[in-house]
Design a protein around this ligand. Structure first.
Ligand code: 5GP
Ligand code: MN
Length: 345
């Protein structure tokens, strides 16, 4: 166990990542708008969708016309996130404004993560970028980007406070989902006092943390267990990989999923089983999507910077959790990744 003991009276040390000017400009743009177009990254996770729907519901309650979407070719809310309130705001990419006056992106580090809706963002008059990825490239006109935030939904909560909008139970459910998913149920090192303080504010609205946890992590169809059996059966541990940091990895093919009638999204949780392996620093799961590309999920316990390696391979993410798309075989992809990963200095 490592810890970072500090006297409880010490104020936050770092300078604020988001400029006061940008906070003010984002709040002014949102307050003055009649119509707002919201967008999160493709194959949305709890933080991307929760942040977007949370702000979307507050804006709609303030009397604005709101549309929200994500640019997946097969547009569908992942099963695990169907409990989120606010989904009546969602429109298919084809119905999204071509040249929005005001657009807001959530949890998007690079503009291509908008998928089919990338051109719409390019034509937006104003684009507020709410994000917490260190790999954020600085696109958009108003950057609300803070890599020290544990989730994008933490930045949304601040934005709502600046707008003076109330956080009711439905909005809180969305923001909490972002917080609890991106901190891995308050387990990751990003789980600061500020995270717990925000959770306390959200829980005080009456949301059901037990029901959210069950929806997110504690349910799956029976055939998921069969798929997991197959995938765990071919797991590989290479303790010499990545300059001796070690790597555990496995993969899920389209054929595996077809055999058990499972959609791609059902594989998102497999990395959380793999990464519990004691011996290596790094865990990787390669998931073949419906188009035949491999979506690669990587995790580190802190010895390696997987975000840097994934960025070099065309993806992005954080030091301990990142991903990219590969068109090579799993073995070739693992070799490339292993060559890029070594002890971080
Ligand atoms: P996951 O493995 O759970 O899909 O993703 C872990 C982290 O890596 C998330 O922060 C996610 O946004 C980021 N990530 C995953 N895949 C990609 C990718 O293809 N491109 C970029 N830029 N980030 C990714
Ligand atoms: Mn996030």
């Amino acid at each position: 166990m490592t810890s970072d003991p500090r006297p409880h009276t010490q104020p936050p040390a770092a300078a604020p990542a988001v400029r006061e000017d940008d906070w003010r400009r984002a709040a002014d743009l949102l307050r003055d708008a009649d119509e707002v177009a919201l967008i999160c990254h493709v194959t949305p996770d709890g933080d991307a969708l929760g942040s977007m729907l949370g702000l979307g519901m507050a804006l709609r309650r303030a009397g604005k016309r709101v549309v929200a979407s994500f640019g997946d070719r097969h547009f569908a809310v992942p099963r695990l996130l169907r409990f989120l309130p606010g989904q009546e705001l969602l429109v298919e990419p084809a119905a999204y404004p071509a040249e929005p006056g005001l657009m807001v992106s959530f949890d998007v580090p690079t503009i291509d993560r908008l998928g089919l809706l990338t051109p719409n963002a390019g034509k937006a008059k104003e684009l507020i970028v709410v994000d917490h990825h260190p790999s954020n490239t600085g696109f958009g006109t108003v950057p609300i980007v803070d890599p020290s935030a544990a989730s994008t939904s933490m930045l949304v909560e601040q934005l709502l406070a600046r707008l003076g909008y109330e956080v009711d139970r439905d909005i809180a459910t969305c923001l909490y989902t972002g917080l609890v998913t991106d901190t891995g149920s308050f387990k990751h090192s990003s789980t600061t006092a500020a995270v717990h303080e925000m959770a306390a504010r959200l829980v005080a609205t009456g949301l059901r943390t037990d029901e959210i946890a069950r929806e997110l992590w504690d349910r799956s169809p029976f055939c998921y267990l069969k798929l997991l059996g197959a995938v765990l059966g071919r797991v590989t541990l290479d303790e010499r990989a990545a300059g001796g940091l070690g790597m555990v990895w496995t993969y899920v093919t389209r054929a595996d999923r077809a055999a058990y009638c499972l959609p791609y999204e059902e594989c998102e949780g497999i990395i959380d089983v793999i990464r519990r392996t004691d011996e290596p620093d790094i865990a990787v799961v390669l998931k073949e999507d419906d188009e035949g590309s491999w979506q690669v999920s990587t995790r580190s316990k802190g010895g390696a910077d997987v975000g840097r390696a994934c960025t070099a391979l065309g993806g992005g993410g954080h030091v301990r959790a990142a991903g990219f798309t590969s068109h090579d075989s799993p073995e070739e992809t693992i070799a490339k990744l292993s060559a890029l990963l070594g002890p971080s200095t």
